[in-house]
Design a protein around this ligand. Structure first.
Ligand SMILES: [Ca+2]
Ligand SMILES: [Ca+2]
Length: 463
């Protein structure tokens, strides 16, 4: 008995060491993240011809328009959709005053009164922003903004339109107190996020850093305090509260000297255009890894009076980069023993997506050869090698992942049986790993998955 225990300890240590060494370490290089359509785009007032030419050639995932109520950029929204139907358009109507006092719902209705003509005449714009970089330093301020956004979402919905909510400035709101994650302010915004999700809206955040775009970024954790801060927000707050799928658009990004006390100084104060372009590609590499990020609009192009931020001279390279050839890999994953097949991770190169509840997935990659891999805790992974050419859509068909690998060591055996056995009959499960089919109880259905696949090893067969 004692000897058996020692064997178990030795094997456990071996498994732990193996998994530690197999963990991906640090931030993948840009080259490793190049397998998906770029998420970079422009934040523009269309004060020139570069913006439309970028959209037509690069067909970016998103674009952001900024203009006053009478500006001509709104008349171009329909043309954007014509030239690039898949590009999502975010609109921000500029006002010099954005009052945050008094009744929030009343302020939202005043906002609508000012915006109504533009919005009703501009059905091509997908999401309308409200206040830009509103004050959210305190719990009370965030509570007010949440009420304002909820009212705004409902007014827009009543008129068949959708909202982009938040628009918080870089590094805002606070997420740490006494050296620990602090959800006090974000929590006040959850009701607005839920309302946006219920009405097909999106969350908008701004991310700038300086003197380089990755200043304040920690490559060990893959998260930052300025750029990449959204990842902390999702991991700490939104994912644990069931809001991790909230679509996000980075509605302003770049280098802004304001974060280090050099306000109004854009990238031109800190980098050559070649250096800045490299930093933007680094940021794109981050965004591509997060399926919930729809795109990021660099501030700015063709907006008067922002010379130090203007990216006109980057446009030839940026256009070529964003336009890069795209292919699609799709298919369907069944999780044995489940009726809801959501949550399996499908990876091709450095790009990952999650399956929907019907098990389907779709990945955008650059042309090439890929080892596609499907993983799910509690299940034996599956893998398939394929090649896609430019513009091609390749359907990999259906694959069923075999269940029962409770400890995720790629084999179903006595260790998995022990885990299920130890938690048998518990609901909620005393050990979540034991609930293979995810129905919140450990019972015969989990045991049957282990028993039925006993001694089977990954990969699960992919016909
Ligand atoms: Ca196992
Ligand atoms: Ca179960």
């Amino acid at each position: 008995m004692r000897q058996l225990k020692n064997v178990v300890v030795v094997i456990s240590i071996f498994i732990i060491l193996a998994s530690v060494f197999l963990l991906p370490i640090g931030l993948p290089e840009v080259a490793r993240a190049s397998g998906e359509k770029s998420k970079l785009s422009i934040h523009t007032s269309f004060d020139g011809g570069l913006s439309m030419s970028f959209i037509e050639t690069a067909k970016p995932t998103v674009v952001k328009l900024l203009g006053g109520p009478g500006d001509n950029c709104w008349s171009l929204a329909a043309e954007i959709k014509q030239k690039s139907p898949s590009t999502l358009i975010i609109g921000r109507i500029y006002f010099s005053d954005e009052p945050t006092d008094g009744d929030a719902a009343r302020r939202a209705s005043e906002w609508w009164d000012r915006c109504r003509d533009v919005i009703e005449n501009c059905p091509a714009v997908d999401y309308w922003e409200g206040y830009n970089e509103p004050p959210v330093g305190t719990v009370e301020q965030m509570r007010w903004i949440a009420q304002f956004e909820i009212a705004r979402i409902r007014i827009l919905a009543d008129h068949g339109r959708k909202a982009c909510i938040g628009s918080f400035s870089t590094g805002c709101p606070e997420i740490v107190q006494d050296g620990r994650p602090y959800d006090g302010i974000w929590r006040e915004f959850y009701s607005a996020i839920d309302e946006a999700n219920a009405h097909g809206g999106v969350l908008g955040l701004h991310e700038y850093s300086a003197p380089t775009m990755n200043d304040g970024f920690d490559s060990a954790s893959g998260e930052g305090w300025l750029t990449g801060r959204y990842r902390k927000v999702y991991r700490w707050f939104l994912e644990p509260t069931g809001r991790g799928h909230t679509p996000l658009i980075i509605t302003e990004c770049g280098i802004d000297g304001g974060v280090i006390g050099r306000p109004n100084e854009g990238w031109k104060g800190f980098a050559t255009k070649e250096q800045y372009f490299e930093q933007l590609k680094w940021y794109d590499g981050l965004l591509k890894q997060d399926y919930y990020v729809l795109g990021a609009t660099i501030f700015c192009l063709e907006i008067p009076n922002w010379q130090s931020f203007d990216i006109a001279e980057l446009m030839p390279e940026l256009t070529r980069y964003v336009a890069g050839g795209v292919s699609t890999i799709c298919g369907k994953v069944a999780l044995q023993g489940r009726s809801n097949h959501a949550g399996a991770t499908v990876t091709a190169g450095s790009v990952s997506v999650r399956t929907g509840s019907d098990g389907t997935f779709s990945i955008q990659v650059t042309p090439g050869t890929y080892e596609v891999r499907v993983t799910m805790p509690g299940y034996l992974y599956a893998t398939k090698s394929i090649s896609v050419s430019e513009g091609q859509t390749k359907d990999l068909g259906s694959v069923t992942l075999l269940g029962g690998d409770a400890n995720n060591d790629n084999v179903v055996n006595i260790f998995d049986l022990t885990i299920v056995g130890a938690a048998y009959g518990t609901s909620p499960p005393s050990d979540p790993r034991a609930d293979i089919n995810n129905d919140n109880i450990v019972n015969i259905f989990d045991l049957v998955l282990v028993g039925g696949n006993y001694n089977k090893r990954a990969p699960s067969p992919w016909p």
